[in-house]
Design a binder for this molecule. Sequence first.
Ligand code: UT7
Length: 332
Amino acid sequence: MNKITAAITAVNGYVPPTVLSNKDLEKLVDTNDEWIMTRTGIKERRILNEPGLATSDMAVEAVNGLLKKRGIGAEEIDLIIFATVTSDMIFPSAACILADKIGAKNAFGYDLAAACSGFLFSIETASNFICAGKYKKVLVVGGDKMSSIIDYTDRNTCIIFGDGCGAVLLEPNYEGLGVIDSVLKIDGSGRHFLHQKAGGSLKPPSHETIDAKEHFVYQDGKTVFKFAVTGMADVSAQIMERNNLSSEDIAWLVPHQANLRIIDATAERMGLGKEKVMINIDHFGNTTNGTLPLCLWEWENKLKKGDNLVLAAFGGGFTWGAIYLKWAYDGI
Ligand code: UT7
């Protein structure tokens, strides 16, 4: 029998209906559409602002649609890996809550926290579960309700992030399609530049931490930018080199959507024109773990069996990496 690889066999996404535009943000903080567009490429983002709804609720929408597309029931799922930094609660995991809400009665699962690289790390993890031969249907979900940890009086961060969630199904493939290679990295010394100071075991939430707004995202944008712009391009170039891929061989770059300038630098380093780069930062902003699956969802109908895709991300930690995969089905 041919070697097992793990291929994506279905994808779906969900973004909440409420739009938060740059014009809306102009009313909240001292900023303007022109600054946001030239520095980030973001025009608007979606916000989950209905009380009582959390990250898992966006996942329910994405996953139920995915199951319908693939024509399978939730009870067929073996494993759920949920990449998120905004789980509904500290515990139990969003994966547990999702399993209950969709009726995935035969699955085990857990959350994977790697900031903006969580979806990439989850794909690698899922791929290894499948290649080991025991698991046949692995759901990888990437999503965040970033609006729950954003300070809408801080212009450094509130312009960047949005809410959204995507999901993919991975299954065994015997034609050599699916995940081929990965370059994944962490360097915790970057933790000082992008983090949520309070709410964890180091600084449990208190009146003081709330007053100091330490339950919100803190980012030293300039420093993160410097590391991200080289980090994401380096691993993308590396994965091309060690798989003997030229820019002509690559059908699509699927980059994390943090800043259009970071995406452009990565594409340039790979020798790719804009027409080969999935970009949705203009209408969704940075949805953290949602960016990559939301791109795949939006571009699904353009993808063809055998297409070479490079997925790349950079995020808090620092965490970063690139995955080379061969798409397994013609767009629907
Ligand atoms: O997804 C996880 C990984 N995250 C990233 O990859 C994000 C990386 N960083 C970035 O994308 C960029 O650093 C930002 C978009 C966050 C900021 O862009 P920047 O070009 O690095 O701007 P800056 O922080 O250096 O600020 C430049 C100026 C400052 O004013 P002064 O000090 O030069 O007078 C800021 O105060 O722009 C000011 N500024 C703003 N002005 C209008 C900062 N935020 C805003 C704003 N509107 N929203």
